[in-house]
Structures are given as structure tokens and as C-alpha cells.
Design a protein around this ligand. Structure first.
Ligand SMILES: O=P(O)(O)O[C@H]1O[C@H](CO)[C@@H](O)[C@H]1O
Length: 308
């Protein structure tokens, strides 16, 4: 049975959310959050995992779990999207301590990007050096099929083009530099290892490498938008991950991200199918055993080799 934690200092679910949208969390705010967690968990994970839509099963695979509903964690936002449970889960995968976000935050939920990405900084403060971020995404690349996995080799930050960035605002050097590079955002060694693991698990044919792009959502894209994104070089499209990766790289975490292709993007006006979130979640569930194995093997590799 997982141990579900409560927070008596926030009675009746009341939380400290005394912040407007322009005011980012301070280092001290996030240190309070980290301290809250560290005093309640008897180990320090160095690997963090973010579960994409319908992929909460990744956290279910943990052993000796200690779960924190987001409502009880100081300064944490709450999850509002179906398929995102809203729990921070600590536990062991193959005996390796990890922390898992069973539910992430999206811009379309009404949160500014710095708030969506705040758990990444909390992970950093509790000792996480490696981040595995998963997402559900629509496939733009003609070679992709539903249920395939795309290891993210790069991203196109569409929200960033309009100046919307999780690092916008005053920079605290204790997290990272004002102008972080992003040309090596996704760790090459881990991408290669992802492919190797896929081959070993007999799923080599369903694993690709590609470029992810994130739009604000919540609507799925128009045909014209998808045609444009494809022309720009995007292989998959979603509404998350990029802000988390930028925040993780800013504080020098090593990142592996992958997309589960849950639908094929409709780039043809003659096609009458409609993308929908239920289908997205169903594909996550359909692939849960494969995803659990895939992530477990990657966690084992990171724990043994510590790629930088
Ligand atoms: O990126 P994740 O959280 O996996 O979820 C994806 O699935 C949802 C749409 O079905 C959007 O939230 C999109 O971003």
C-alpha cells in the first residue's frame, strides 16, 4: 500500500497561493517546498520522471511509494486535466530512488509557464540531476504510427517565439544563468540508449527520433497550422514539455524526453476524423506495459552510467 501523506499545516486544503501571474516563485519559496518533501521522504532521488497524459502508469510501477497529493504540497499548483492524477510520487524503480510527477501542469490550465515548470526546480532542490519527461503527442512525421515512441532530439518553442518563456522575469543565478544555451537540450547519450533499450525490448521498429513542438492549447491544431508546423521541421506536436525542459536545462539537469504518438495529425481537409483527449489517454493505457519497461531500463542505465 502506498503511503499517502497529508499536510496538517495547510488545514482544510487551504494553500498558500498568494501570488499573481507576474510574480515568480523565489528561491526561498521553492526551498520551503523542497524542505517539506525532504523531511517526509527517507531517501533523496536523483532521477525525476514526468508522466504525460494517460501515462500515470509510470508512477504506478514504483515500489515502496510515498505519495503527496499536489494539494498538500506548499506552493504547488493543482492538476486540472483528466489523465493527470495530481500527485508527486516517491519510490523505487529497480531499487533506484526516483520521484515521479503523476500529472503535470499546462499553460492552457491558466498557469503561467514559470508555474507550470516549478516542480522541475523543486526536483533540482531535492537532488534530482536527471529528468525523464514523457508526453502524449500528435504525429506529424509520415513515418509515425499510433503507439510509436519519439525520442525528442530537439524542440521548437512556439510559445517562446511570442516571448512567453518559463525563465521570463528576474533571473536568480542560484538556479542558473540569464542566457542558458539550448542547442544541447536533449542528451545524446540518453537518446542513443533509448534506441538501444527499444531494440533490446523488441520495439526498435516503433521508436524514432524527432523534433517536438509545443503550442499553448487547449484546442487541437487546425489543418493549416499542422501543415505549417510540418514544414518548419516538427515531427510531433503537443502542449507541454518544452517549458519543463528549458527550466531543467537552466538549472543544469540532464534531460531525456519522449513522446508517445497518440494520434496522427490531420493535415488533409478531406479527412473527417477529429482528434480528442479520450483517444490520447486510451493510447497511453494501451502502451502502459511497454512504457513502464522502457522507462525502467532507462532509469537503470542512468543510475549505472550517470551521463552528463
Ligand atoms: O503533454 P501531455 O501532458 O502528455 O498531454 C497532451 O495531451 C493533451 C491533449 O490530449 C494535452 O495536454 C497535450 O499536451
Amino acid at each position: 500500500m502506498p503511503q499517502v501523506c497529508t499536510n496538517n499545516s495547510h488545514k482544510n486544503g487551504a494553500k498558500k497561493t498568494d501570488m499573481n501571474n507576474d510574480e515568480s516563485y523565489t528561491y526561498e519559496n521553492l526551498s520551503e517546498t523542497a524542505e517539506f518533501l525532504l523531511t517526509r521522504v527517507p531517501f533523496k532521488p536523483s532521477i525525476g520522471i514526468i508522466c504525460g497524459s494517460g501515462m500515470g502508469c509510470l508512477a504506478d510501477a514504483l515500489e515502496n511509494k510515498k505519495e503527496f497529493p499536489y494539494e498538500i504540497i506548499p506552493h504547488f499548483p493543482v492538476s486540472t486535466v483528466p489523465g493527470h492524477m495530481g500527485k508527486l510520487v516517491f519510490g523505487y524503480l529497480s531499487g533506484i530512488p526516483v520521484v515521479c510527477m503523476q500529472g503535470r501542469f499546462h499553460y492552457y490550465e491558466g498557469y503561467p509557464l514559470w508555474k507550470c515548470a516549478m516542480p522541475v526546480r523543486v526536483m533540482k532542490l531535492i537532488g534530482v540531476s536527471h529528468l525523464i519527461a514523457s508526453n502524449a503527442a500528435g504525429g506529424l512525421n509520415d513515418k509515425f504510427k499510433i503507439g510509436d515512441i519519439m525520442l525528442v532530439k530537439d524542440h521548437i518553442n512556439m510559445l517562446g517565439f511570442a516571448g512567453n518563456n518559463p525563465l521570463k522575469g528576474p533571473n536568480d543565478e542560484r538556479f542558473g544563468p540569464r542566457f542558458p544555451p539550448m542547442n544541447k537540450a536533449y542528451n545524446r547519450e540518453l537518446i542513443d540508449q533509448g534506441k538501444k533499450v527499444a531494440r533490446e525490448l523488441g520495439m526498435g521498429g516503433m521508436v524514432h527520433e524527432g523534433t517536438y513542438t509545443c503550442l499553448g492549447g487547449p484546442n487541437f491544431e487546425t489543418v493549416a497550422e499542422l501543415r505549417m508546423l510540418k514544414m518548419l521541421g516538427a515531427d510531433a506536436v503537443g502542449m507541454s514539455t518544452v517549458h519543463e525542459v528549458i527550466t531543467a536545462r537552466h538549472c543544469d539537469m540532464t534531460v531525456l524526453a519522449f513522446s508517445l504518438i497518440t494520434n496522427i495529425c490531420i493535415t488533409d481537409y478531406e479527412c473527417h476524423d477529429k482528434p480528442n483527449h479520450e483517444e490520447v489517454m486510451d493510447v497511453g493505457k494501451m502502451r502502459q506495459d511497454t512504457l513502464k519497461l522502457f522507462v525502467k531500463k532507462l532509469v537503470e542505465y542512468i543510475a549505472q552510467h550517470n551521463p552528463q
